[in-house]
Design a protein around this ligand. Sequence first.
Ligand code: C6P
Length: 414
Amino acid sequence: MTATALMPIADIRALRCEFPILQQEINGRPLAFLDSAASSQKPRRVLECLDDYYRRYNANVHRGIYKLSEEATFAYERARGKVARLIGATSTREVVFTRNATEAVNLVATAWGSTNVHSGDRILLTMMEHHSNIVPWQMLAQRTGAVLDYLPLDGQGRLVLDDLDQLLTERTRMVALTHQSNVLGTLNPVRLIADRAHAVGALVLVDGAQSVPHMPVNVADLNADFLVFSGHKMCGPTGIGVLWGRYALLDAMPPFLGGGSMIKVVELQQSSYADVPARFEAGTPAIGEAIALGAAIDFLSSIGLDTIERHERELVNYALERLAQVEGVTMYGPPAAERGAVVAFTLRGVHPQDIAAFLDNEGVAVRSGHHCTQPLHRWLNVSATARASFYLYTIPEEIDRLVVSIERARRLFN
Ligand code: C6P
């Protein structure tokens, strides 16, 4: 499989034209952007939406009764509706705008954690979590005396569930796990784990940072209690993210940050708090960014998240096949059928940093390092990996260039 014609997104050339940033050369070569897991590129309509907001109706939301403010408020709340529909939320009240996935996990760990987690309680994580889904729980554990447990992985980077029933005790309050690993690509059986967690009374937070941009995700199908994700990884701007939570849970939670717009009445010594989601959106939010996230959701929906998922599956399948033929390459994670569109690898005798620098010279952008997963890299027994990641605008020719450049690096460095 080498032909673009085989890819599920039929008119991929036209689609790539929607992304102005992809139309440039880096070091004299066309840019092959293979780092969308870190942050995706933005289509014209998202750029124009942001520009339109700042040029035409920039004003604060939920405060003014004049025309511009009303237009901004309407567009901001309409974007919340788009998010709710994307993930199958039953109400827009379940959608909280945050800065990113990281802030959303911190919100839950702080606001929910402060009233629901006590000394001796347990929080179950997995060995493949991003630091964003580890450190906030460590901070909660340090404040409360709770204990963190970790689900282990097998040799191909899948969760081992043999001891799940032992790890899920009556003291387990929360299971927080990623839907898709940002390094291994592993897609986790969230529904199965959530059903078992609920059976012992634990809640489930799903980190959807690497899944929501790439496949249809429905909170009811996952049986999740909380879902977090970031706008910038799904064709939206930076500075906007989402926390979805079951209404009853959010409604029972104390505020995260205090300030304007999250209150009902403020007195000198105390205040009462607004209903959700306003209770969790203190201060002026990222208004234009939320509206542009709505435009990104329209864009992704117009292509179809199921089509995007199939496109990426073909790409990752192709990448695994091609990279397996390069001498000295070790890849991490399960087979293509069980993973999303990221491929982390090492090349014998060449530091991942040197691989990334060499590839950059050839116009191929990949990430190197621990990808904010130090415990996972320790488990893999490597200090760093190089990682290529794909999105709806990636074409097989870019994977060909990746492979050819790695071959060149191998010859040069050895
Ligand atoms: N991973 C990567 O290169 P923020 O930074 O809040 O937008 O996203 C955090 C985050 C949470 N969970 C997962 C699974 C992630 O992959 C990320 C971000 C990027 O892999 C940047 S470190």
